[in-house]
Write a protein that binds this ligand. Structure first.
Ligand SMILES: Nc1ncnc2c1ncn2[C@@H]1O[C@H](COP(=O)(O)OP(=O)(O)OP(=O)(O)O)[C@@H](O)[C@H]1O
Length: 232
């Protein structure tokens, strides 16, 4: 399995941000984590990324134990934060080239263009500086960077927040393609409709605990909303 949490716990002072999380996510799965602000979604992502150390329990990526400041597990992971950080004065092609080189890949021009195209960015934008891009366009560049890194797992934090319905739909289609190509996607989201649409599994967190885990195909958006409101 690509992601595994075993009794994974994070405490800040006396407060438990994540409480004994047990979870396995397989290749090709799209796991959507729902929960109120402060429920522990970002903490979970940060623990898998090794941005923060677990207080107890384990996070494993591709079977390898995550420990902060070691690169072993990072190469299996790509991360798309809520706001994709890009160099405003560079074009999307230049940003993709730059971040790919940092990840250790030197792509030909045509390959870079292919990644941007796959991520759904319109070719007219390839040579425009990203400073003028919309949020949806930045998101697509973020996806291209993540895919070009060749990582098996893509972690996303609230990827559809602030996207319009069409951009959200386009994003969902890309995520489905990533899943079909065997990538594992793990996203924190507030978007119930999108979770049902794009997810294979859905988790609901409350105060650091994973309270429900369901198969997306077994639930409608309406029923998920009902369960969510009853849970939180
Ligand atoms: N660096 C930190 N120091 C202290 N407390 C923190 C820190 N990071 C997170 N927390 C606390 O841990 C809890 C979980 O936060 P987390 O960011 O994981 O929630 P979330 O589910 O991602 O929320 P949101 O939907 O707002 O992003 C919160 O109570 C938060 O205040």
């Amino acid at each position: 399995m690509m992601l595994q949490a075993i009794e994974l716990t994070k405490k800040y002072g006396g407060q438990t941000a994540l409480d004994r999380l047990n979870l396995s996510v397989e290749p090709g799965e799209v796991f959507c984590l729902l929960g109120q602000n402060g429920a522990g979604k970002t903490t979970t992502i940060n623990l898998f990324l090794g941005f923060t150390a677990a207080s107890s329990g384990q996070a494993l990526v591709n079977g390898v134990l995550v420990s902060p400041n070691q690169a072993d597990t990072k190469r299996f992971l790509a991360y798309i934060p809520e706001v994709v950080m890009l160099y405003a004065n560079l074009t999307s092609l230049e940003n993709l080239d730059f971040f790919s080189r940092i990840a250790g890949f030197q792509y030909k021009r045509a390959e870079l263009e292919q990644y941007l195209l796959q991520a759904g960015l319109q070719p007219e934008a390839f040579h425009k500086r990203v400073g003028n891009y919309s949020k949806g366009m930045r998101q697509k560049v973020g996806i291209a960077i993540a895919v070009a890194k060749n990582a098996g797992v893509i972690l996303m934090d609230e990827p559809t927040s602030g996207l319009d319905p069409k951009a959200t739909h386009e994003f969902s289609e890309i995520v489905k393609q990533l899943s079909a190509s065997g990538k594992t996607v793990f996203m924190a989201t507030h978007d119930i409709f999108n979770a049902v649409n794009v997810g294979t599994r859905i988790g609901i967190m409350r105060q650091g605990a994973l309270v429900h885990t369901l198969n997306a195909k077994d639930i409608s958006a309406g029923d998920l909303q009902k369960l969510y409101l009853e849970t939180i």
